[in-house]
Write a protein that binds this ligand. Sequence first.
Ligand SMILES: Cc1ncc(COP(=O)(O)O)c(C=O)c1O
Length: 355
Amino acid sequence: MTFEQARAQFPVLERVAYLQAGSAGPLARQTIEAMAAQEERNLREGRVGLEYIERVLALRAELRAELAGLVGTEEEQVALTASTTDGCNLVLAGLDLGSSDEVITTTDEHFGLIGPLHASGARVVVVAPDADAITAAVTSRTRLLAVSHVLWTTGQVLPVREIRERTGIPILVDGAQSVGAIQVDSADLDFLTISGQKWLCGPESTGALVVADPERLRVARPSYFSQQGYLPDGSFEPRAGARRFDPNWVPTALMSGLLAAVRLRPEWRFERGVEMAERCRKLLLDSGEDVISPRERATIVSWRPEGEASTDVVARLAAAGVVVRDIPKTGLVRASVGWWTSDHDLERLVVGLKG
Ligand SMILES: Cc1ncc(COP(=O)(O)O)c(C=O)c1O
């Protein structure tokens, strides 16, 4: 697939420079067609009968296998969630932490992770997003490390496997800004979240949680899918593997849409995404912007505008057809650069900033 062919799958790219996959990626025509086909079938056939249930279960199995393949794991390790936030809540609830336990996180985490951390009841220790700082914060009370793989603020990549190895403490990795943007391997990570709507360009309310050892996490939020048998008092036998953590009935349209989105990505996606992000960083530096993102980063590029509020810069760029966002409380503007980003998109960004 050529770049032009791959890019042509996303109608919105004809109109705007779409630098917002860190929030929600562009939708491809095939993704919407796959969703519409499922809804059309539901409309005609109804959501009843054995055939419907079999279709739902087949889609669940297919999606679980596909998402497992994305991060180099097996279906048994994957729960189908609605988001990264969902995954973080499932892990924190299941660990049964208390006020004498500590969890270590960083200053640059999204509420989707730190909200569940706070609600866990454990003492939340916040340090700089740095392997040494995280390692130094470990005490005999530390039960969990909970960090992003790629920071949503700057695109910095944390060496999560190295941190896990150095500390010997279980790690919950927020993969919202890494899975789909860069190659991710879940090996040696205790928990990894996936968001479907961001870099995978899937529908909203899709995602997954990868659990290395499902037997060791309590099922704190059971759904019908969690059990393979139960008693009148609700006590149940959990299903094998991470399926026991499946928190929701996932609509057929969402499952088909995510499958289509994941499968249409070209082979060269990771190489090009990072290359275009570096081009973006250089262009911003050349035009005098105070770029915060390090050279070694994933596909997010952030800068601090001088003499203008970040929200004003975002609004000004939006008026020029360039979609970026501000990061609240930091004064930063963030561009999310994907494998679908063109040189022209980046020119529009730089010209829009000057205009
Ligand atoms: C690092 C990070 N974690 C979590 C989230 C929340 O993701 P979700 O909407 O899939 O829960 C985001 C969304 O922007 C994010 O950037």
